[in-house]
Write a protein that binds this ligand. Structure first.
Ligand SMILES: [Zn+2]
Ligand SMILES: [Zn+2]
Length: 837
């Protein structure tokens, strides 16, 4: 092949992609006895065309998989599709395309794109969550949970988005909008299916300690989401009726200062108390008004605290005092018990509320300094700090923190209080009123209630022939043939559940299915999963921190307890990549998105520069965990580098192929030794960059520097055999080092250097430690202080070696003739002085 200005990536890239396919290069035999490495990149939602920002994590995963293969691991790198979800259903409603057609069409296109990047997967293991062979087992997972008492149905105020229907708490942004479409989220009282994730809250929190190879930020987000707090449960009672009204508090030390009780508008107790009561009308109006306001808005620190007096009182079991029961906007049903003992003197929210509604304030903790006691009339804010208890007999005079345990204990002995741990996390809402999802395998029978579909009747197939014309509601609910069935228990006429499972449930166990993706008897093989799980390296976006990643941990723990999965954490190491941003027309930097019009298509870049260049540039943009700015001109640098590499190999092709083996270090001339040292420094640096923190940008920069060093060694037909040998070694190892990043060009050069079988089957270069210190120093030999000789020695030469070299030196020998050596002084790396007489 002739040397060309623009190297022929357009020929070599498709050629090697086909070669990899033909040679099953990415297929993993899970029974292979070599050490396993499960390298998993989060599977995408098949939304259509991908831009270069999407490519970053697939390319990173591919680099790691190729690198691990060269290190001798048996690498499992599968890919699939998180294929259920709303966009497909909306497309169907909008332009009549069936969600299935839309989804599989997008899958085909995205698969082509992934291939064009040179990203290799074991496609025999491809899964799509919308395929019956897959959702059969998602339904099985649901049944396992049902069987274990971890799936239940209840009417509850749930998050509601007009477009996306019900949402899990994890899908609502801190601003109270829908995580998917940005619409405002309100509450609706609906009967829904939940998974009891709260039952696993302690393990989910405690086991975060095991995940040392996860980003601290993600672990912290999960810990905050789970939100553990230690405190007390105290049984207050409605004074007028005796109904229990328990509260959870982390500050039982302030319990003697309770001056009212605040409860959530959704609290079920109100529905019991209100009928016929004096304030029924005002309270009901208040409740209805609050139902329309998103929770996050209600509890926002800056939101106005509002409330109405219920007309009822509660009795504080510690004091016997009766305090008014207020319905307030700042208490939520989702946290604690939905009722809060209000201590305005020592809680800022209660303080603000009490001031507004002229409710008494009672100080029960004084600041430790006795000179400035709190006076209610002068208080501008609540005193939330620690101090000395007062007006709290029998605890007066004690430090509030020290008394805390005793206060709960007192209530415990009297039967109205106990130690409690409270969690912020709520149960996981898993049902959706949508068509394009896995049907929940439940049949509702008038006599037997909710009956699980027997396992041997799975999968409950999603019918294709539904009418998407319905504006509101779930199209599945109008499909008579689907809905009407018989009860598996009693045989009577019954109705199928028409809610489908949340997309998150389909994606929280897929990493198990990849191990046995075609097994139609079971979700996966226990033994194989025991061998292959946990995933060694998981790669994906940080936006999944409390959604997919938390759900996957939960489901793994449940399946572990059910005896199906040996490990109890699914992902040993996690890497969350930053996003690629680009300046939009307004000059500002945004993450790439269609709506901002700042996306870059990989297809055109691959046509003009090739996939290897695109891969290099994508990784070269910056540290992979950080967001990076895409600049169109930036692609030129990596392209020039690959062209240079290509030209160099072709220009010196004959010298390379006829080069002799590398001689020992001692036989290399200075410039060769320098290059050889640089080569091994590069091997060490690239290996370290990949192993420690995915510093792919650093790794590529190191290889580029090596290229400069290679250029410095002028080589031609007249060069010595050892120079040619070192030159070849440097080129050959460089090809190996760059191969995970730019695999096509590496394959081509590897073949040109005379190798067969593909560069991925080659062994990752190893560092020769002697080569690293191959530098030499000039050592001076003296006899009785007079310089008698000089020699180049390896910088690493030991004292003994230096002395030996000195005594063997011809000049030294001549001057020592007739003398007796009395003492030899060696200064390492510099000098040997011989005292003789
Ligand atoms: Zn939405
Ligand atoms: Zn029945």
């Amino acid at each position: 092949m002739a040397m060309q200005e623009k190297y022929p990536f357009y020929e070599i890239e498709p050629k090697w992609q086909q070669w990899w396919d033909a040679h099953h290069a990415f297929e993993c035999d899970t029974a292979d006895a070599r050490k396993k490495f499960y390298c998993l990149t989060m599977f995408p939602y098949p939304s259509g065309s991908m831009h270069v920002g999407h490519g970053r994590n697939y390319i990173m995963g591919d680099v790691l998989a190729r690198y691990k293969k060269m290190q001798g691991f048996n690498v499992l790198a599968p890919m699939g599709w998180d294929a259920f979800g709303l966009p497909a259903e909306n497309a169907a409603k909008k332009n009549g395309t069936h969600p299935k057609t839309y989804t599989y069409g997008n899958i085909a296109h995205m698969k082509t794109q992934i291939r064009s990047w040179g990203v290799g997967y074991d496609w025999r293991r491809e899964i799509a969550t919308c395929h019956p062979d897959y959702y059969h087992w998602t339904q099985w997972v649901f049944l396992k949970f049902f069987e274990m008492g971890l799936a239940y149905q209840k009417a509850a105020p749930v998050n509601w988005c007009e477009l996306c229907t019900t949402l899990a708490n994890e899908e609502v942004t801190p601003e109270g909008t829908c995580d998917r479409c940005g619409r405002k989220v309100t509450k609706r009282n609906l009967k829904q299916w939940f998974f009891k994730i709260t039952a696993y809250a302690p393990q989910l929190l405690d086991d975060l300690d095991q995940l040392q190879a996860w980003p601290e930020k993600v672990r912290q987000m999960q810990a905050n989401w789970i939100g553990r707090s230690e405190g007390a449960r105290v049984e207050f009672k409605v004074s007028e009726t005796g109904d229990p009204c328990p509260i959870f508090t982390t500050r039982p030390d302030t319990i003697y200062g309770v001056t009212f009780m605040a409860i959530a508008p959704e609290h079920p107790l109100l529905q019991k108390l209100l009928p016929g009561s004096k304030h029924e009308k005002t309270v009901r109006e208040f409740i209805e008004r609050q139902a329309l306001i998103p929770a996050s808005e209600r509890t926002n620190d800056t939101a106005t605290k509002e409330g109405v007096f219920s007309g009822f009182h509660v009795t504080n079991p510690y004091t016997g005092e009766q305090v008014p029961l207020w319905v307030t906007n700042y208490v939520l049903m989702d946290y604690g018990t939905g009722a809060v003992m209000a201590v305005p003197a020592h809680d800022q929210r209660d303080f603000e509320f009490a001031q507004q509604y002229r409710i008494p304030i009672k100080v029960v903790i004084q600041p430790p300094s006795p000179s400035e006691p709190l006076v209610v009339e002068d208080m501008r804010d609540a005193f939330e700090d620690d101090g000395i208890m007062t007006a709290s007999a029998p605890f007066d005079g004690r430090h509030n923190r020290e008394a805390l345990h005793d206060i709960i204990h007192l209530g415990k002995t009297k039967g109205f209080s106990d130690f409690t741990t409270n969690y912020r996390i709520r149960d996981w809402l898993i049902s959706r009123q949508r068509y394009w999802g896995a049907p929940i395998p439940i049949i509702h029978c008038p006599t037997c209630g909710a009956v699980p579909v027997p396992e041997n009747q799975l999968p409950v197939l999603l019918p294709d022939d539904v009418d998407f014309k319905v504006e509101q509601g779930n199209p599945l609910a109008n499909h008579a043939a689907f809905v009407n069935t018989t009860c598996p228990k009693c045989g009577a006429a019954a109705k199928r559940e028409t809610d489908t499972l949340a997309q998150w449930l389909c994606s929280c166990w897929y990493f198990l299915r990849y191990v046995n993706p075609r097994d139609n008897k079971q979700p996966f093989d226990k033994k194989d999963v025991a061998n292959w799980l946990p995933v060694d390296q998981y790669i994906g976006g940080v936006e999944h921190a409390v959604l997919h990643l938390l759900y996957s941990r939960f489901v793994t723990k449940v399946l572990h307890d059910a005896g199906w999965v040996a490990c109890n954490e699914p992902f040993t190491a996690l890497f969350t990549q930053g996003m690629i941003c680009k300046r939009a027309d307004d000059g500002k930097l945004y993450k790439m998105s269609k709506s901002k019009g700042n996306t870059v298509s990989p297809d055109e870049l691959i046509t003009n520069y090739g996939a290897d260049t695109l891969r290099l540039y994508t990784l070269f943009l910056g540290p992979p965990e950080m967001d990076a700015e895409w600049q169109d001109a930036g692609i030129q640098g990596p392209f020039r580098f690959l062209c240079r590499l290509w030209r160099r190999v072709w220009e010196t092709h004959d010298l390379l192929t006829t080069a002799p083996p590398v001689p020992p270090l001692s036989q290399m001339a200075r410039p060769e030794r320098d290059l050889y040292r640089k080569l091994h420094q590069t091997i060490r640096a690239v290996t370290d960059a990949i192993e420690n923190g995915f510093r792919f940008n650093t790794a590529i920069a190191q290889v580029m520097e090596l290229m400069n060093a290679i250029d410095d060694l002028k080589i031609d037909a007249a060069s010595s055999p050892s120079a040619r040998a070192v030159y070849r070694a440097a080129i050959e190892k460089m090809v190996l080092l760059i191969s995970p990043f730019a695999p096509h060009i590496a394959e081509e050069m590897w073949t040109e250097l005379g190798h067969t079988g593909g560069v991925m089957t080659a062994t990752w270069p190893e560092v020769e430690s002697e080569a690293l210190t191959a530098d030499t120093v000039e050592v001076v030999f003296q006899i009785n202080g007079k310089v008698r000789g000089k020699i180049e020695l390896p910088a690493s030469a030991s004292k003994e070696e230096m002395e030996k070299a000195a005594l063997a030196n011809e000049q030294v020998k001549k001057h020592l003739a007739g003398l007796t050596v009395k003492k030899v002084i060696v200064v390492p790396g510099r000098l040997v002085n011989i005292a003789a007489g």
